[in-house]
Design a protein around this ligand. Structure first.
Ligand code: ATP
Ligand code: MG
Ligand code: MG
Ligand code: MG
Length: 481
């Protein structure tokens, strides 16, 4: 008979029928009760085995981690805690699992340990919950944009553009690296490479996305992004997924509204759709918090934090206003900031960002209008203020426990301003001729942002390390599987 998913089975109203379930054994008690899981939910279905009439050789093979198929009758559960259970009529071992050799153990394991066993960690409750939540968030992102008539535009993975310093690139070549063709002066001759020029993996789809927006009006990309981040942080991966909407005729305010609406929409979607998984992760986090000293513990559960984020407007203020707050502040009574605010014009460190979000406003914050000197060339320039300070229409969204989750801006659509800025920053205009063409022909105001998908998953799952929210993390010295 047809396999039925355990989640559906546990919610089933219909009993007295024969069904088939397949999954991995989570526990086998008293030679009688199997807890079976198939990854559709963290809840297991209980299988009752008639051990007196079952081959002892078969019973021995029902071990933690073994893959089995069970056909039997679905009945109302006699025990507590579940609605239904299965009286086994036929059990088939699909894959044995030697408990002595199996790298996972039935007891709770640390995340550090599981990171070493990344190929098997999917089978744990924590990672099952994380990846189901991740799946929902991904679906919700598409649903949000599709409902609003955006076109999902696939931007290239291999490109000659490095988005002007968005991050360190990984090079792409089909050369025999041991013996690449050289020019007369001894340099690698990229004109002989596959694309006849040096190429890399994309660090951002924004510049290409802008071309789409200047014709289709509302587009978004949602694809893998690659940055050879050489530091080991809990917030950076070498391969991460980024959501980058770009909208013609939008200004910075529209851009902030879009980002805030989208974040709330997808978080709400996951809260509804994955209520059980988020409750599980919330409980997990609460247990973890109990290990901390009282004064460092979070007063809110994960579920509270997510709900709070939905119920409140994000705080919006300018960089200049943020600097004024930071100058007057210390992170707590005893400590000073490790990096003192140097004054107007310097970039904020993550401890400043987290102070604003976690201590000062205690909610998500959108910082706007950063100094022109610390931002990318393509951001819309503001008129200098009364003090002659030059800013651009940039925005960063900062989240509690995360720091920067979104970076975006209104773009500079005026060709003369854009070219002047490129000259000042030494950015070769001839290489970006295709980008500048959008300003030459029918230019219009437009704006967009980049949301780091894994940072969003971090926030919604309450996990502490970005490596734990992507199925196959890529970071320095780690790309085996
Ligand atoms: P950060 O300051 O954290 O290094 P960034 O300013 O370099 O980020 P952007 O170029 O603004 O990043 O990219 C947009 C978004 O992509 C960021 O707001 C963040 O959510 C995400 N992001 C950037 N780099 C990484 C990374 N290495 N791993 C995961 N997410 C990232
Ligand atoms: Mg960075
Ligand atoms: Mg940044
Ligand atoms: Mg940024």
């Amino acid at each position: 008979s047809q396999r039925i998913k355990i989640k559906a089975l546990l919610e089933s109203e219909q009993t007295g029928i024969d069904i088939t379930v397949k999954g991995w054994v989570r526990a086998f008690r008293q030679n009688r009760f199997i807890a079976l899981n198939d990854g559709s939910t963290n809840n297991n279905i209980q299988i009752v085995v008639d051990f007196e009439n079952t081959d002892p050789a078969l019973l021995k093979r029902i071990t933690f981690g073994a893959a089995i198929s069970v056909t039997g009758e679905l009945i109302p559960s006699l025990g507590q805690g579940q609605k239904v259970e299965v009286i086994a009529k036929d059990i088939e071992i699909l894959g044995d699992c030697d408990p002595e050799e199996y790298p996972l153990q039935p007891k709770k394991q640390t995340l550090e340990f599981l990171r070493e066993k990344a190929h098997l960690r999917f089978r744990t409750n924590t990672f099952g919950a994380i990846f189901r939540v991740r799946n929902s968030l991904s679906f919700a992102v598409h649903q949000f944009f599709q409902e609003r008539g955006f076109v999902y535009l696939h931007t290239p993975i291999i490109t000659a553009s490095d988005a002007e310093g968005a991050g360190e690139t990984f090079h792409v070549t089909n050369f025999d690296l041991a013996n690449p063709p050289k020019t007369e002066t001894g340099e690698i001759d990229f004109s002989q490479d596959f694309f006849a020029k040096a190429t890399n993996l994309t660090v951002s789809g924004q510049l290409e996305g802008e071309l789409g927006a200047m014709a289709l009006s509302d587009i978004y990309t949602f694809g893998p992004t690659f940055r050879a981040e050489n530091s080991n942080t809990t917030r950076h991966l070498a391969e991460f997924w980024m959501i980058e909407p770009e909208v013609a005729f939008n200004d910075l305010n529209d851009n902030m509204d879009l980002a805030e609406d989208m974040l709330k929409y997808v978080i709400k979607y996951a809260l509804d759709k994955n209520a059980d998984d988020i409750a599980f992760l919330s409980q997990r986090l609460t247990e973890e918090e109990k290990q901390k000293p009282q004064n460092e513990r979070s007063e809110m559960t994960l579920t509270d934090k997510l709900q709070f984020c939905l119920d409140n407007d994000f705080e919006r203020l300018t960089y200049t206003e943020a600097i004024e707050i930071l100058k007057e502040s210390t992170p707590n009574k005893k400590k000073k900031f490790q990096y003192p605010v140097e004054g107007w014009g310097t970039d904020l460190q993550s401890e400043h960002e987290r102070y604003l979000v976690e201590k000062h406003f205690k909610k998500p914050v959108i910082l706007t209008d950063y100094p022109k000197e610390i931002k990318a060339f393509y951001m819309r320039q503001n008129e200098p203020d009364a003090n002659g300070r030059e800013t651009v229409r940039a925005m960063d969204i900062l989240f509690p426990g995360i720091g920067e989750i979104v970076g975006g801006s209104q773009r500079e659509e005026r060709l003369d301003k854009l070219e002047q800025r490129m000259d000042e920053m030494g950015i070769p205009k001839d290489e970006l001729w295709w980008y500048l063409d959008t300003r030459r022909f029918g230019a219009c105001p437009h704006a967009g942002f980049g949301l780091g998908f894994e940072r969003l998953v971090l926030f919604v799952t309450g996990m502490g390390n970005i490596r734990d929210v992507i199925p196959f993390p890529r970071y320095p010295r780690n790309a085996e599987f």
